[in-house]
Design a binder for this molecule. Sequence first.
Ligand code: NAP
Length: 525
Amino acid sequence: MPEATDYIILPPFKNEGYINVSDPEIQRKMKEAFEKIEKESKEYDIIVAGKRIKTDRKIRSINPSNPEEVVGIVSKADKEIVDTAIEKAWKVFEYWKNLPVEKRVEPFLRAAKIMRERRYELDATMIMEVGKNWLEADADLAEAIDFLEFYAREAVRYASPQPVVRIPTENNELVYIPLGVGAVIPPWNFPAAIMAGMTTAAAITGNCVILKPASDSPVIAAKFVEILHEAGLPEGVVNYVPGSGGEIGDYIVQHPKIRFISFTGSKEVGLRINELAAKHQPGQLWIKRVVLEMGGKDAVVVDETADLDAAAEGCVASAFGFQGQKCSAGSRIIAVKEIYDELLEKVVERTKKIKIGDVRDPENWLGPVVNQYAERKILSYIEIGSTEGRIVHGGKKVKSLPGYFIEPTIIADVDRNVRVAQEEIFGPVTAFIRADDFDDAMAIANGTEYGLTGALYTRKRERIETAKRVFHVGNLYFNRKCTGALVGVHPFGGFNMSGTDSKAGGRDYLLLFLQAKSISEKINL
Ligand code: NAP
């Protein structure tokens, strides 16, 4: 039987490294990148089958560190444009699905190369568009590159002959074929990685994509689509269709010609998509495939045997990395009673040292939250938290800065069942919860509707073994933070209300965009 490598030979996958943000040469390049972005044209068009379309209604993508600065002005698609994009994509699908796998992966590998070449500009775009600090932005870009490289190898594996049991009277084979035209609806919080990963997975397997970027990060998505075309991706395979989720989201999801929906975002929107997509529409020939990756209320659990300095470090990174705006953010710190006070003190001490400000300055670790709506929502949760617990650090908007800056906030002595211990806040806020012992800590950790990530700090081997069985999360970490999954290393996705556990960056992921065809031919003996 031929192997995948008979079709195309790719070197083994390796994760992309990160830039050294304190290197003066890197700092010079980043400065140039900020200047380039400030000078470049700010207009971004819709792209349907390679054709650029301008509309009168625009999304203004602003810099959350300084909302007066516009990062991009992006044309908004209407329903008619959505219809055209879907219709044209089905035409391109007839060609794209029949290309041999080596032709389909080529443009994505070339795109990864271009992304490396344009690294500083793309990092700087994310820093300005969503307020990532330098390292977070570069890690986001590295993850995006990883997705392209990893899924290229996976596409080859799925295209290679699949094992079926042999019988003497027939020749049998199983081939994976793509689904058709689908919608990719990413969030803004990993504006390169998740957007590029979801788009690549769908398209590299032979599908055509209607990419509706998040309205807080349409510019980085426009640059990615531009790069795909520069890399030789045929026009119409990936269509860039920005627009507000509230205005065109339902229309795309309900469209009878949409075959699949790949969504990452909030629980509320995900559940709505699930419901709308389940309803059969006149003329619809299939049951829509729906992949939903949603929110989290992730916990860092610390027991009495743990290295408390390492745990405190991990708690701070998990809770406040990218301002707590990660689905994997450690928004609950569950400490057993023996070490609760000591851990709290260490976490507060470390949090005091965090530098807040415009993230164009690499000295600033904590940037703004993404927009004014998020700022209001997070501040209202802090208000709720002040009645449900004791604010021991932070708790306020940073009024001296022009952007949407909120102090990193620690709420202590929170009961396990109150709102700040149960609901996703998606900001720089964490709740400290006291547990009686390790078993109680596990019960608290599992006591929300979510099940995305979790971490346990302990020195007891048997507790690690117990947590492997008991801690009900899609991504479980020991003696390290609960954020920072690497493509291929930590396939990512959660349980319960955290989604359909798609395991992005893992070997099962591309299967979500494929269907298997079993083919049998009788042998005339
Ligand atoms: P969101 O508000 O749910 O938006 C996600 C995407 O859905 C955006 O592109 C949005 O467009 C679109 N949308 C909104 N309403 C829609 C509708 N009615 N129909 C179709 N699409 C619609 O989430 P977000 O604020 O961007 O992202 C944060 C959330 O994502 C958090 O809950 C976080 O935990 C979750 N997340 C999960 C994972 C994971 O892997 N589990 C990873 C990252 C983030 P607009 O921007 O135009 O509204």
